[in-house]
Write a protein that binds this ligand. Sequence first.
Ligand SMILES: Cc1cc2nc3c(=O)[nH]c(=O)nc-3n(C[C@H](O)[C@H](O)[C@H](O)COP(=O)(O)OP(=O)(O)OC[C@H]3O[C@@H](n4cnc5c(N)ncnc54)[C@H](O)[C@@H]3O)c2cc1C
Length: 423
Amino acid sequence: MGFGTLRLMQRYSFFTLARNALTRHQDWARAWRSPPLRPSYDVVIVGAGGHGLSTAYHLAKEHGVSNVAVIEKGWLGGGNTARNTHTIRSNYLRDVSIRFHDASVKLYEQMSAELNYNILFSQRSMIDLVQSWGKLRDLRRRSLAMALHGPTYQLISVDELRRRIPAMGDLQNVRLPPLAGVLHPEGAMARHDAVAWSYARAADARGVEIHQHTEVTGFLSDARGAVVGVETSRGVVRAGKVALATAGNTSHVIARAGLTLPLVTRNLQAFVSEPVKPIIDVIVNCPDVGLYVMQSDKGELVIGGGTDPYPSYRQGCHFATFEDVVASLIEVFPRFGALKMLRQWGGAIEFAYDASPIISATPRDGLFVSTGWYGGFKSIPIGGLTFAHLIATGRPHALAEAFTLGRFGGLRYLLEAGTVAQR
Ligand SMILES: Cc1cc2nc3c(=O)[nH]c(=O)nc-3n(C[C@H](O)[C@H](O)[C@H](O)COP(=O)(O)OP(=O)(O)OC[C@H]3O[C@@H](n4cnc5c(N)ncnc54)[C@H](O)[C@@H]3O)c2cc1C
């Protein structure tokens, strides 16, 4: 593995802003380079979403591996990283999941300072609205499990719920009257583009190359069947190791290496309203009816629900799902019925059969995969850090030992669902 040198990264600060204002902002350094594609690298990462870029950054930073190419078929950060509703949380059930996601939240807390890029991290807390006895039992169990590890998930009364979310209606005529709330103070949001851009800039400064508009179309193998490179739309690139961070495209990309993974692909959609004055200052999640809503810094309400009920690679909007989510929204927040919707979109997400991530070596030597992210924006910092560790050392990181493909052979499933509506 080659050890690259740290290039000088232009620091963003009040003084650089003032200095560049004097020259009409003509002299800003490029955030990352566009170098020519070379014929070989120590590591090729496929996919320049948050996970691929975070992995590249951590490979260079923690392991000194900077002879790395991140190869992206579109533009960096333009996949699901651009399509998600940027919710960050660590309210999980299994010990390994809680530890993993708690570490991710902690990395998010320092990310703006570490990468010298304002990711607009806003730790405004998340509140789950509980509307069924089954969900109350489920979330109470989750709260007790989390108490063993540090992140907070605390039951609150309906009165407290009303106090914290005054925009809610009186909830007298809802299908499922609320029984309680659960408060998760670590719940946060951050600007998704900035997360991708900040990792891209910091990885580039450490010598990593990012190649956009380059599609990986196949894999090179040696006589033993090990993966030793990729075929791309711009030619063949050899690599000591190949790492897939292709999110919702992983099933069909890895099929070109002759492998099938335990993944389901579904469309998940979101939409935003016209901007309004500040009305809701927490992230509200209603797992019983399949709805979550928060207000962006621009004032738009960002709204989402569960996935479409059937597998597909669609990236659009299924009207029945949209209608379902909006019906739930108006029931809980009747006043939002007067709002106009501004935009709607969807993304194909691939999640593992047990809804936990896969960060693993594969049966093909030299080929590694990070996938299965149901809600993987929140996991970008720790997903990249642990994937980089696996690629560099060949051993899973202590926080991600449970997330290898081996768990499916041995039926050691890590079932994680429940804070989102699953159909
Ligand atoms: C509507 C919606 C809302 C969501 N909300 C949340 C949320 O609130 N919180 C949360 O934590 N998560 C959320 N998610 C999930 C989150 O967006 C993803 O888990 C996360 O972005 C995955 O990051 P990634 O880097 O793995 O994937 P991506 O950003 O999709 O990156 C993968 C990249 O691989 C590239 N690629 C694919 N195939 C090839 C190829 N053959 N050659 C080269 N490049 C290739 C793609 O172009 C893409 O840029 C949401 C997803 C959607 C769709």
